[in-house]
Write a protein of this length. Structure first.
Length: 337
């Protein structure tokens, strides 16, 4: 069973936290990995398929054949499914449907984007303690595995303390706390002092988040943990830029991380546009200043991305092996779609 003490966690990140990035984070040293936020209705209309060719379990959107959520044995016991929801009934249905394939559930209560706020999800929940209570209690009633949520702080520390007390009384296993308010942006200082104060009132472990601006190495993660007094830490942007920040042995070059990431994309047949987006984020300014960066911007397929990063042989050998396996396995889930 997952516990949330002394853990290094990959934060949920839309379009970044798909299976290859989660496995990369685990291989570099993360203890727990959150998937990107997935909205409840999308999860509920997906169909579970065992993909024998890739060795994965896929939840597929039957309206367009896209993979909503893909997981595999390597992340078993370590992957947390983060959901976007405003509905206690749908949240419980997700628990029923997914609990055999993930290690924990998390509810996003911090997203400040219009899409979430208009739908009553994400940070909109912070002003509705009754809804928070209903969603979490219902999930916990249905769940055999831990349930957590990820919040932002409120401008008033005392109000945030009240919220944390209320949430910790629902029976959650931990609470993720991003030290910025709903209206604050990444340029604003993270309120590490708020998180430290919240640890004094919470009955469950707190997971500190929001420190990426201060994090450029594994040691910085430890400093962030110490300054927030939290039980665990959750890293988003620092890992998005260079996931090897989780390595206790020291960071790797961005080039190396991109290659490690792309190999996992090939292994798990990650969507090319998703793979490209993650690589672009790792490149940052180098997208425009390096030869590989400029070529990456033009790439349209995973094969093209691989050849830019000198992985054409790897791509070809995995693909050839997969074709042979497909012939041996006969018609499988992919042909069912
Ligand atoms: C995010 N964040 C986010 N949060 C969340 O709860 N669910 C999500 O799906 C996402 N998606 C997402 C995508 C991207 C590209 C970024 C950069 C961020 C917020 C994230 O988890 C985290 O709370 C903030 O980025 C602050 O932490 P860092 O970046 O300072 O470590």
């Amino acid at each position: 069973m997952l516990d949330y003490v002394d853990k290094m966690i990959l934060a949920p990140m839309v379009r970044i936290g798909t299976l290859p990035m989660r496995l990369l984070a685990l291989r570099y040293g993360a203890d727990i990995v959150y998937c990107e936020e997935l909205v409840d209705v999308k999860l509920l209309r997906s169909k579970r398929i065992e993909n024998n060719l890739l060795g994965t379990v896929d939840y597929v959107d039957m309206t367009d054949g896209t993979v909503v959520f893909r997981t595999c044995a390597e992340e078993a016991g370590k992957v947390v499914l983060q959901i976007g929801t405003c509905c206690a009934d749908r949240a419980a249905k997700i628990v029923d449907k997914f609990q055999g394939d993930v290690a924990g559930f998390d509810v996003n209560m911090g997203c400040p984007k219009e899409f979430s706020l208009k739908g009553g999800m994400g940070a909109a929940l912070l002003d509705h303690p009754d809804k928070i209570q209903a969603i979490l209690s219902n999930m916990i009633r249905h769940s055999k595995i831990p349930v957590t949520c990820k919040i932002r702080v409120k401008p008033c520390l005392e109000e945030t303390k009240k919220l944390v007390k209320l949430i910790s009384a629902t029976g959650v296993a931990a609470i993720g706390v991003h030290g910025r308010t709903k209206d604050e942006r990444p340029k604003h200082e993270n309120r590490n002092d708020y998180i430290a104060a919240l640890t004094e009132v919470s009955h469950v472990p707190l997971i500190a988040n929001g420190g990426s601006k201060e994090i450029a190495s594994f040691e910085d993660i430890l400093k962030f943990k110490a300054s927030t007094k939290a039980a665990s830490v959750m890293i988003a942007r620092a890992a998005e830029w260079n996931c090897s920040v989780f390595r206790r042995e020291g960071m790797l070059s961005v080039d190396q991380v991109i290659r490690d990431y792309l190999m996992l994309c090939v292994d798990f047949d990650n969507q090319s546009n998703n793979s490209k987006y993650a690589v672009q984020n790792m490149l940052g300014n180098m997208q425009h200043t390096s030869v590989e960066g400029v070529a990456t911007l033009k790439a349209q397929t995973l094969e093209e991305l691989c050849s830019i990063w000198k992985l054409e042989e790897y791509f070809k050998s995995v693909h050839d092996d997969r074709m042979l396996d497909a012939i041996k396995l006969g018609p499988g889930p992919e042909t069912d779609l």
